[in-house]
Design a protein around this ligand. Structure first.
Ligand code: NAD
Length: 385
């Protein structure tokens, strides 16, 4: 089979991670990258080995050799770029969130459903071997239905008032920051793993800094700014606490923060069932904790020899040879491209990755959280056909 021609838009943290994942995929050929200027695009092309660089993403979409587009731009560009990519007949892997609000994500979800192309969204935490294991164990039913879930997504890279990133500007990131940026990952994950649906939320949002210092020069994601610049009023949340009700009757509790010292990327998911409790922590992703009342607790290692048949293929090395964040993104990219190949060969495929419809649903949950804080009470999330 001829390799698939790929175009990546954006040259920052996410784009570099996508390139790394694609390098481990035999059917991938990085045809082009696009950036906000010609010079940036050429530099990124030289760094990544892309065949060409474009200073405008529209030119990348006109390139017939590009069959698949990765959208790794800031959030406000997702809607126009994703809509144009689908119009141009490209398969599309978009970074999350799919848009800046549910108006944008609804339109994109309908467009993707009608397009007959493969369209996915990077909710990459679905693609860890032990997450797949947990989903499989819960789905098998032997542990009983989940009655409570707890968790958190905590980071510290925006702790100081001098920390700056485009995510602090609602015009570029959307009306929610901590919840939209990282809470969305947890919300997608909990529904994916349990198969349940959140039907109501009660949330309170918080802010550590009412003002922050915006540097004159742009700052890369996760980088430290110099501390010199203009004070700017902050309108989005640094942290959030959320109660959740699920369709099955399950209850949930979630803490989200970008200002928790020492927590770098701590996505924690705990699931309680009548016969066992489970805990998985992204900062220690090679172990799934399983709690039992009438027997010894277990720490299941990420060892393909010990995993279920559906989870083992996501583990690429034997137990003890640790894998983590880049490996899960590689799994997402590989499963997305397996769907593209199936599409090319007219074979059906079942997406393991988040679809545009899933990402629209997650955006509706994020908006319900913001609305709940505004109203100081529970907000129902209406079912959508
Ligand atoms: N799935 C994940 O775990 C994950 C992790 C990080 C970021 N993200 C998502 O990836 C996206 C990018 O975030 P990031 O952290 O890489 O940000 P970043 O600031 O590091 O990179 C954004 C890039 O987009 C480029 N850009 C800006 N305007 C452009 C334009 N008009 N044309 C082409 N390129 C343009 C910037 O120059 C920059 O290189 C966001 O939507 C974010 O939510 C997802």
């Amino acid at each position: 089979m001829a390799p698939l021609g790929i175009g990546i838009v954006g040259t920052g943290f996410a784009a570099a991670a996508h390139v790394d994942a694609l390098r481990r995929l035999p059917e991938a050929r990085l045809v082009a990258v696009a950036a906000s200027s010609d010079a940036k695009a050429e530099r990124f092309a030289a760094r990544t080995g892309a065949e060409r660089g474009y200073g405008d993403w529209r030119a990348l979409l006109e390139d017939d050799a590009v069959e698949v587009v990765h959208d790794c731009t800031p959030n406000h560009l997702h809607a126009p770029l994703n809509a144009a990519a689908l119009d141009a007949g490209k398969h599309l892997l978009s970074e999350k969130p799919l848009g800046v609000d549910s108006g944008e994500t609804a339109a994109l979800a309908s467009q993707a459903a009608a397009a007959g192309l493969v369209a996915g969204v990077c909710f990459n935490y679905r693609h860890y071997p032990l997450v797949r294991q947990l989903k499989g164990m819960l789905g098998a039913g032997g542990e009983g239905r989940a009655h409570a879930v707890r968790g958190a997504y905590l980071q510290d890279w925006l702790l100081e008032e001098t920390d700056w990133n485009w995510r602090l500007e609602p015009e570029r990131a959307g009306a929610s920051r901590a919840v939209g940026d990282i809470g969305s990952h947890w919300l997608d994950l909990v529904e994916h793993v349990t198969g349940d649906r959140v039907v109501a939320v009660c949330a309170e949002l918080g802010r550590l800094h009412e003002r922050r210092v915006r540097p004159a020069e742009t700052t890369e994601t996760f980088a430290h700014a110099t501390g010199e610049g203009d004070p700017v009023e902050i309108r989005t949340e640094d942290f959030a606490h959320v109660l959740l009700r699920f369709r099955s009757g399950c209850r949930g509790l979630l803490a989200i923060s970008q200002v928790t010292a020492g927590r770098k990327n701590r996505l924690l998911l705990e699931v309680d069932t009548p016969r066992a409790a489970f805990a998985w922590d992204q900062e220690e992703p090679n172990t799934l904790w399983i709690g039992r009342r009438d027997g010894a607790n277990a720490a299941l290692p990420r060892d393909p020899a010990l995993l279920r048949d559906d989870a083992a293929p996501l583990a690429h090395y034997p137990g003890g040879h640790q894998e983590g964040w880049p490996d899960a993104l590689r799994n997402l990219v590989a499963e997305f491209y397996a769907a593209v190949v199936a599409h090319r060969e007219w074979r059906p495929y079942e997406p393991s990755f988040a679809t545009f419809a899933d990402a629209h649903r997650t955006m509706r949950l994020v908006e319900a959280v913001v609305e709940s804080d505004r109203r100081s009470g529970w907000v129902e999330v209406a079912a959508e056909r």
